[in-house]
Design a protein around this ligand. Sequence first.
Ligand SMILES: Cc1ncc(COP(=O)(O)O)c(C=O)c1O
Length: 305
Amino acid sequence: MKNTNRLIWFNGEILPVDEAKINVLSPTSQFGINVFEGVRCYWNEEKEQLYIFKFNEHIKRLLNSVKLLSLECSYSEEELKEYFLETVKANDYREDITVRQTIFLDGQGSWSSTGPTSMFIAPIPKRRAFDFDKIGLNCSVSSWERIEDNAISPRIKVGANYLNSRMAQLEAVRNGYDTTILKNRQGKISEAPGSCLFIVRDNILITPSVTSSILESITRDLVIKLAREELGLKVIERDVDRTELYIADEAFLCGTAMEVVPVKMIDGYKINNCEGDITQAIRKLYFSIARNEFYNYKEWVTPVY
Ligand SMILES: Cc1ncc(COP(=O)(O)O)c(C=O)c1O
């Protein structure tokens, strides 16, 4: 099944993506009031199986986003998973795919309406974020400030949050960078427009804490766990200063879309060891677990077929 004529789940029906229509006056199209997850599924050729990576965690975060925005949504965790599986099976995918599951404010209400909501689940075209002909990302530190919890919370995945990501990413690209890293209101490092940041200093893995204006990233969590349990590394979640980025031994971005990608340069400062041992080890672990080739973390992968 090609992504262009893929089947999606839309309010209880499986239908071609072109046939799913939403109201132009809906608060989702006027104000970006929707919550969503992007979920990756990895194909294992040998086992002829497609694995959903970190399914439980994505569904849990989706429900947290629904709760925080006070959206009327009666789907249970089980139903959200069941419909997701139904969508992927309907397309009979046998390759790596990304699926977006979005609950949005429908109808013709305003920005303060709480219902009615609708849901779609759609496989979306998503290339690898990182081109391997190129070694590492060239990043800036953004002039834009990351949204913060007392204004618009970055903790959850809300469509409108990506306005902030957009401003930062487009500025970075205009200035010749691949992407950018934002600081928070306190002037400390937070995250990239669509991924989280780790640096390595003296063999210690360091990442901004979950109270530093970041999304509660599923990949960030798993990187912390793998670094501690599999690599025996010390991991510290703390405030990170801008200049620490410039003198880091290694740096990488991570996230569902980003996966694990090394950073080679920040604001023109060369990272000492781009694609260093720690970044490479984490990257390798990530892919072998996601494809269910490494059995210690079976609960992180859910077979589709
Ligand atoms: C702003 C932002 N930060 C971090 C991440 C990484 O989060 P996760 O690992 O849950 O995909 C994402 C991607 O979803 C994101 O959009």
